[in-house]
Write a protein that binds this ligand. Structure first.
Ligand code: HEM
Length: 400
């Protein structure tokens, strides 16, 4: 499933499109039409606890550490109205197209700087060297956190990811929790600072907007919203950029076409989003008994919305395993309905700039032979753990 869940989902779509999984203890929804219908229907399907397939009380030693921070309460992607409506309007405003557009040169400079670091080598582990740091650095810039805190924020986000995924021994989880709590307090300090000294950054917009609400947003809700936004903007975009780079590395003709005509890049980004589906799945809970795909889902039962399966539904996408940037059917990689990804324009911009810079700076891009592409272990996000890419370094291409 981790290497390639698509054959399994193809069978499910054909044989039992909404099926009960004992392993997940929930229904799995696999067809485009059904995934879309559930995602759009917030009246009958709750998003509380939508991020994780597990919902267990942390064991006491872990709870003890987490209690020194802010409670992880529903705040945005894992909330329903009215909490959701309030948080969504704040983040939407903070990530407005106006603000994002002004960041294009900064993003391009970041991408160029990352490539400068390794271009002469002719080979690099691309996920760690480019696909993760590009969106990571950028979201820190966008929120207005100091650049020299980058490495620290990056490390905190990894600890947060480990806590959400629940991976590791209890000892490891307690250690992750300690860092996560420090991260929460760091964000709380940044919020207090923006209250005193608001400026033109996304965090100030969020804080000012949150304080103007009636009642104002509490600190815990604000912290959870910020963690989610930082987190949402990181792994996902890294998954999209790595997947797109691998497609280019596999297809020299496509690479050359994009280098000569960057106007074709957005279509390749859309197809990478469809085929890679960096958010593999999200979760919902039925608020009432519902008929779906020939089964009855009872109130209180949970569902997995398999976005990657919907994006490979042969009823919507001919030859779904083929990478085809000419497709016109919209994919569901950013979800659908009231929780549709707020960061979609930003992710598309990051993808476009990444491919523009890669196609100009890494000629002859190719996969280093003999590697097995493995994915980061997560039931929600889907991104390559690592990929070795090679190209013709500048001296070679200059003498060629
Ligand atoms: C390729 C990159 C991305 C992918 C594939 C992606 C995917 C998704 C999906 C599938 C959802 C819907 C979840 C659901 O229905 O339960 C979502 C929501 C969200 N995304 Fe993204 N995302 C990406 C990038 C970003 C970025 C860059 C940001 C912001 C910096 C962001 C912020 C959010 C937020 C705040 C939500 C919650 C919206 C709500 O609940 O109303 N995402 N994303």
């Amino acid at each position: 499933m981790l290497d390639d869940p698509r054959p399994f989902y193809a069978r499910a779509r054909a044989e039992e499109p909404v099926f009960w999984s004992d392993a997940l203890a929930m229904w799995v929804v696999t067809r485009y039409e059904d995934v879309q219908a559930v995602a759009r229907d917030a009246a009958r399907f709750s998003s509380i606890n939508s991020i994780s397939p597990v919902s267990v009380m942390p064991p006491p030693p872990l709870l003890e550490v987490l209690m020194q921070g802010f409670p992880v309460t529903p705040s945005l992607v894992d909330s329903d109205p009215p909490v959701h409506t309030r948080s969504r309007s704040l983040v939407t405003k903070a990530l407005s197209l106006r603000r994002i557009a002004t960041f294009e040169p900064i993003l391009r400079e970041l991408a160029e700087r990352l490539i400068d670091r390794f271009v002469d080598q002719g080979q690099v582990e691309f996920v760690g060297a480019f696909a993760v740091p590009l969106p990571g650095n950028f979201i820190v810039d966008l929120l207005g956190l100091p650049r020299d805190h980058l490495e620290q924020v990056d490390a905190w986000i990894s600890h947060a990811a480990a806590i959400f995924a629940g991976h590791g021994t209890l000892e490891e989880l307690v250690e992750h929790a300690r860092h996560f709590v420090t991260f929460q307090h760091y964000l709380a300090d940044a919020v207090r600072d923006r209250r005193q000294n608001p400026r033109d950054d996304a965090l100030s917009d969020i804080v000012t907007g949150a304080d103007a609400l009636d009642p104002p947003l509490g600190m815990a809700e604000m912290i959870n919203m910020l963690v989610q936004t930082l987190f949402a903007g990181y792994e996902t975009t890294a998954g999209m950029i790595s997947a797109a780079a691998v497609e280019l590395a596999r297809d020299p003709e496509l690479f050359a076409a994009l280098r000569d005509d960057p106007g074709r890049i957005p279509a390749v980004i859309e197809e990478s989003l469809r085929s890679a589906s960096p958010i593999h799945a999200m979760y919902r809970t039925a608020k009432e008994d519902v008929e779906l795909g020939g089964v009855t889902i009872r109130a209180g039962e949970r569902l997995q919305l398999a976005f990657i399966s919907a994006n490979h539904d042969e009823e919507r996408f001919e030859e779904p395993l083929r990478f085809d940037p000419g497709r016109t059917t919209p994919h569901l990689a950013f979800g659908q309905g009231p929780h549709f990804c707020i960061g979609a324009p930003l992710a598309r911009l990051e993808g476009r700039i990444a491919l523009e810079v890669i196609t100009q700076r890494l000629p002859g891009l190719r996969l280093v032979p003999g590697q097995r592409l493995a994915f980061f272990p997560s039931a929600t996000a889907r991104r390559l753990a690592a990929v070795e890419l090679a190209w013709d370094p500048p001296t070679t291409s200059a003498s060629a």
